[in-house]
Design a protein around this ligand. Structure first.
Ligand code: BGC
Length: 736
């Protein structure tokens, strides 16, 4: 049967080529892309088409969850794309040359990689970047990431992750831009534009692939890969907007997600991939499956065999098959059995070829081989990495203004597993990042304070145990020092893919260091490095100051040291809620109102834990102090077609220049679909000089800012009362 299909295919090509135009037309860059695609497609055999629909791994994948590998010599010239895990441009060029020369039509390979927060210069994890409230900064970090990746020969990154993450137990919360849909939209579009630049054909631009479509962050129990049950309302209101924003920003491709989505594996979901993505949003790029997620349709028990899984994925709209080669292995038979047609195959191949032409791969398949110093970690890139880390860190506590450290401090005890870490503070997915090149907290403190402050470093702390020696060294270092810096947190593999936790608290041995530090009687400065909000209920009371430094990347040590010395005024604000304890999860700011509100006792309380978060969304301290005036509104009643401006004046009441982030929320008092208690609609970060005031505005467009989406995905704008909220100030606006 397979031979029969191949014979038919060959006949069709023969026919096409005798009546067709110049067979080399597809190589002519002056021709329109659609024409080039059709010309090439018409000459391809089924095997060549299925090869384009396949993506394999080149080298050893550094994602421990995906252990696949392919090495030189095993490379088939038919395979269309590779996840290229080697940082070796010469080898990449040689592979490309082999493919182009050995394949009949010379279709270049698309080399891809997970460049999530930097290629060789590692920036803070996405969750940390969201806390900067500075999407322009993330645009710039993505531009640098794109340039470094491009110079390594990579033409597509599997980023950004647009899963709005509300369950901090889920390890991939580190890759998200937090719990709020609007924040994810703004960062998503900035990052897509950063990777892609003006055009993906440009030098230093790469194609961006948004993932994981869709609902992945809602996995039951926060366990990776677990099924998700997402109501229609949550889907339209929370899950989909960030993906839509990336489509509108011109994202090139999409990755389908691993999860079972309301009873259908997302990779086989016609609803998600066709009805929403292509029909409603008019997305015209290709969809790549996640790692073996086509074959996994079988594990979901949605297909009788692998062939059936492939048919379901293809007909739903999954164009490219990551690693499991189901299409390659089973589609010829599926065609012979009439389960899929050549037309179904062509639709996918057409989309993939279109991307390759748009990238200019046919014209520029190779990468210029440059010395590392000219490609990676340039002084500008490192300066940006440091700036990004400074802006992402959040000062959570600062009792008696213990920070910035007084100039009188001449010695610091420094303890904890994160103090000397270079590897773990880089966070998940570090592409070609090298831990040896990372500035640890200890390095940063030494760089910052030089000989002015003696650092009494306590060696030997680990993630899961303490030795008696460490504890006694801590006591004696504390005795000799003016303050104790405890740097603790999560091992790199505790977050990221398959890095879910059942408890948000740190191991007792790490908490023990804080207890010991407190017992020393010296001020305790707690530095936390993690890929998620931590459960701090036991240690928060023991610390005088807490800096959430996240996983800050290549230059994190300098950034945190700058915050300790006062050279840097912290400006990060939380893009995700910190609960007190794990049992409060899910806890996020934009929930709906319960029916029983406060009466004698708080309603909907926990009897064994607070019912409020430890640190709410948007929380973060500064060395400056800010005072908000009342919110003013240019008109308090408007018609649907009118716009209106809300404004507020913020005074920096300190004498320290600082940056404040204004989060503008809308509270829709009554609607035909109940609304969250408030929804973020705009944010702006701006500097206010010490002693000065600055007025910030929010231009309200009713259709954009006062509307809501219902369970059918329809956007509705209803008359009534709205409240515009910033900080603890609010003003009423009536829509007539
Ligand atoms: C992850 C994706 C990633 C892919 C390729 C998968 O396991 O879920 O996010 O892009 O591997 O490395």
């Amino acid at each position: 049967m397979k031979r029969f299909t191949t014979l038919l295919g060959a006949l069709a090509i023969l026919l096409a080529s005798c009546c067709a135009e110049d067979p080399n037309l597809y190589k002519d860059a002056t021709q329109p892309i659609d024409k080039r695609v059709e010309s090439l497609l018409s000459q391809m055999t089924l095997d060549e088409k299925l090869g384009q629909m396949d993506i394999q791994v080149f080298g050893q994948n550094n994602n421990v969850n995906n252990m696949g590998k392919t090495f030189e010599g095993e490379i088939s010239p038919l395979i269309g794309s590779y996840i290229y895990t080697r940082n070796d441009a010469e080898l990449l060029n040689a592979t490309q040359k082999m493919v182009i020369e050995k394949s009949r039509l010379g279709i270049p390979v698309l080399f891809c990689m997970d460049v999530i927060h930097g290629y060789r210069t590692i920036f803070p994890i996405p969750l940390a970047q969201a806390c900067s409230w500075d999407p322009q900064m993330s645009y710039e970090t993505s531009r640098v990431a794109a340039k470094e990746a491009y110079l390594a020969g990579i033409k597509m990154t599997f980023s950004p992750m647009m899963d709005v993450a509300r369950d901090p137990r889920w390890g991939r919360v580190a890759e998200s831009y937090g719990e709020d849909p609007y924040t994810n939209c703004r960062f998503g579009e900035a990052v897509v534009k950063g990777y892609q630049g003006e055009s993906i054909a440009d030098k230093y631009s790469v194609a961006s692939c948004m993932k994981h479509f869709a609902g992945y962050a809602y996995s039951q129990g926060g366990r990776d890969y677990f099924p998700t049950e997402v109501s229609d309302l949550v889907l339209w209101e929370t899950v989909l907007p960030s993906f839509k924003a990336c489509v509108d920003a011109g994202v090139t491709t999409v990755m389908s997600s691993f999860n079972d989505f309301n009873g259908v594996p997302a990779t086989a979901s016609h609803f998600l991939l066709q009805d929403v993505l292509r029909d409603k949003w008019k997305f015209d790029g290709f969809v790549v499956s996640d790692w073996r997620s086509i074959e996994q349709i079988l594990n979901h028990r949605y297909a009788v065999d692998t062939l059936d899984a492939g048919v379901k994925a293809l007909l739903a709209g999954t164009d490219m098959d990551m690693y499991d080669a189901v299409y390659e292995r089973f589609m010829p038979e599926a065609m012979d059995r009439g389960l899929v047609s050549m037309d179904d195959i062509d639709k996918s191949v057409r989309r993939i070829l279109k991307t390759k032409f748009e990238l200019g791969l046919f014209e520029n398949p190779y990468v210029e081989v440059l010395p590392d110093a000219e490609r990676f970690r340039t002084p500008e890139s490192l300066a940006l990495a440091e700036k990004a880390a400074e802006k992402s860190m959040v000062l959570l506590k600062n009792e008696n203004s213990i920070l910035p450290l007084s100039k009188k401090i001449t010695s610091l005890a420094v303890v904890g597993v994160m103090a000397d870490s270079k590897y773990d503070i880089m966070g998940t997915w570090t592409a070609s990042g090298d831990a040896n090149e990372t500035i640890s907290v200890l390095d940063g403190l030494k760089n910052e304070f030089g000989s002015d402050v003696k650092i009494n470093f306590v060696e030997g702390a680990s993630f899961e145990s303490n030795s008696a020696k460490t504890l006694s060294a801590l006591r004696s270092a504390a005795r000799k020092s003016d303050a104790v810096v405890v740097a603790i947190g999560e091992e790199r593999k505790w977050s990221g893919e398959n890095g879910s936790v059942a408890s948000l608290g740190l191991p007792a041995c790490q908490e023990q260091l804080v207890i010991e530090a407190k017992n020393s009687g010296k001020p305790v400065i707690l530095l936390l490095s993690s890929g998620r909000p931590l459960g701090l209920s036991r240690i928060e009371p023991l610390a005088d100051a807490i800096v959430q430094m996240w996983q800050p990347g290549s230059c994190g040590g300098n950034a945190v040291a700058g915050i300790l010395s006062g050279r840097v005024n912290p400006s990060g604000r939380l893009a995700i809620t910190f609960p007190y304890v794990t049992g409060q999860v899910p806890m996020f700011y934009n929930h709906r109102q319960n029916g029983r509100v406060d009466w004698v006792v708080p309603q909907g309380r926990y009897v064994d834990a607070p019912h409020t978060p430890m640190y709410e969304f948007g929380y973060g301290l500064s060395y400056s102090t800010f005072e908000y005036g009342d919110v003013k509104i240019s008109k308090d009643k408007i018609a649907k077609g009118e716009s209106v401006t809300a404004s507020v004046t913020v005074k920096n009441t300190s004498n320290i220049d600082g940056e404040e982030t204004l989060l503008w929320f809308v509270d829709d008092a009554v609607a035909t679909t109940t609304q969250p208690i408030k929804k973020l609609k705009f944010f702006e970060k701006g500097e206010i000089k010490g002693g000065e005031s600055r007025t910030f505005t929010f231009e309200i467009d009713p259709m954009r800012d006062l509307s809501f989406v219902d369970r059918n995905g329809a956007t509705l704008l209803e008359e009534g009362d709205f409240y515009i909220i910033v900080k603890d100030k609010r003003v009423k606006l009536v829509l007539e």
